[in-house]
Design a protein around this ligand. Structure first.
Ligand SMILES: [Zn+2]
Length: 299
């Protein structure tokens, strides 16, 4: 990774990415001062709401769900945020609608705990059409067997490290060969121990060990999370076996999910990276995302 040290000032890194957030639920304009330079919005955000002080963005626009499926009945989601797909024909229309709205990624939900989910044919049609339109597909997979179904259908990434069940080693290894997982470990309890946190951490540890690509992501907008880098997410990644250098890789992915994001900010962290890994998280979380002119003022 390209880094350099500004003598006496701090460390400069590529712009940090939060690969899973919801700008419709938070004030995205404060994220750069919290260290986030780039973001992927995974549902609900409308492109007419762009404000210049936001991180550089890729977005999904609507959640694609089965009729009545998650999150169309969730209290936090407005009806217009969901696009219901009941048939193969609907699948094509739904994908094309997102692309027409400027989406560069498709967000589908397979949450059997909260409502109905797509059958195999509709699921295949969604993934097929998205790939025809060069949109990577990110799935919210929840409930027994849903992560396996999403992977089998060709989904490119999970919006959350699978947390409903311990995935078998051979399945995790197969997923590691071609998927990205967006971490979102800290939403499971926000620092309090939970069963879902333990399951997800165990799945992520094995996915990472098998060579799978991990992207830092928080699901910002979901519960009491800090508007910027989340020390709880960083600590959970380290606990799941990522080294500090691998955490930086998870934050700095140049083309997450194959997407080309704008690159208007870099990450600036005062001081040099501490030698003691125990000090790494505290140091990292003082990061700010700066435009190059802002950086030049410091240099
Ligand atoms: Zn989310």
């Amino acid at each position: 990774m390209t880094t350099h040290f500004l003598v006496g000032r701090g460390t400069v890194l590529p712009g940090f990415l939060d690969a899973h957030l919801h700008l419709a639920l938070i004030d995205g304009t404060v994220l750069p001062s919290g260290g986030i330079a780039r973001a992927i919005d995974l549902g609900g955000w409308l492109p007419d709401d762009l404000r210049t002080s936001m991180p550089d963005l890729a977005y999904a626009h609507q959640f694609i769900n089965s009729p009545g499926g998650y999150p169309s009945r969730a209290s936090w989601a407005e009806p217009a945020w969901s696009c219901a797909v009941a048939s193969i024909a609907d699948a094509t229309t739904a994908v094309d609608l997102q692309a027409a709205a400027g989406a560069s990624v498709l967000k589908i939900t397979l949450n059997s705990v909260a409502g109905p989910v797509f059958g195999a044919e509709v699921l295949a049609a969604l993934v097929g059409r998205a790939h025809e339109r060069s949109l990577p597909v990110v799935a919210h997979a929840e409930g027994a067997g849903q992560a396996d179904r999403a992977f089998t259908a060709g989904v490119d990434a999970f919006a959350h490290t699978p947390f409903s069940e311990r995935l078998a080693d051979d399945l995790v290894t197969a997923m590691a060969a071609r998927m990205s997982w967006i971490s979102t470990l800290d939403i499971h309890g926000w620092g309090r121990p939970t069963a879902a946190f333990e399951i997800a951490s165990d799945n992520l540890r094995r996915f990472h060990a098998a060579g799978g690509r991990v992207l830092y992501g928080t699901d910002l907008g979901n519960g009491p999370l800090p508007l910027g880098l989340n020390s709880g997410e960083i600590a959970a990644l380290l606990d799941a076996g990522l080294t500090p250098g691998e955490v930086l890789t998870a934050l700095c992915s140049p083309a997450p999910l194959g997407l080309t994001l704008a690159d208007s900010r870099v990450t600036f962290i005062p001081g040099e990276r501490p030698r003691d890994p125990l000090d790494f998280t505290d140091w990292l979380c003082t990061a700010r995302a700066l435009t190059r002119p802002e950086l030049e003022v410091l240099a």
